[in-house]
Design a binder for this molecule. Structure first.
Ligand SMILES: [Zn+2]
Length: 121
């Protein structure tokens, strides 16, 4: 993939091909955070405070992020959260309300495994 991925401004932005594309201070839903050891929630409401690294899994751009789950209050570092995809060398960000996955998961809501404990809050 001939795409330049960088973290800019002390972790405030993910840059793709020298354009700032993904910023901190967003609220991300991240699934599987209990099994990933991030926090106790099976789907975290995670406030992104800093990007520590960026990478790519195939066409998917991922970021290592530091922040806090506002459901349980746990501060955590989550590796490999998908932030978007590069299609025809153009970056397409993950939808703001999408459910993401750590460790390079694509985070498509319809493909999420349904935990046995699923139910109403
Ligand atoms: Zn949590």
């Amino acid at each position: 993939m001939s795409v330049a991925l960088r973290v800019l401004d002390d972790g405030a932005w993910v840059s793709v091909n020298d354009e700032r594309q993904v910023s901190v201070s967003e609220l991300w839903r991240i699934a599987g955070t209990d099994t990933a050891g991030v926090c106790a929630c099976d789907c975290a409401d995670f406030v992104v405070e800093a990007f520590t690294d960026v990478g790519a899994v195939g066409q998917t751009v991922t970021a290592d992020v530091a922040g806090q789950c506002i459901r349980c209050g746990e501060a955590a570092h989550v590796p490999g959260v998908s932030v978007g995809r590069v299609v025809d060398e153009r970056f397409r960000p993950v939808a703001p309300d999408a459910v993401r996955s750590p460790n390079g998961g694509l985070g498509a809501p319809q493909s999420l495994p349904v935990p046995g404990s699923a139910g109403e809050d």
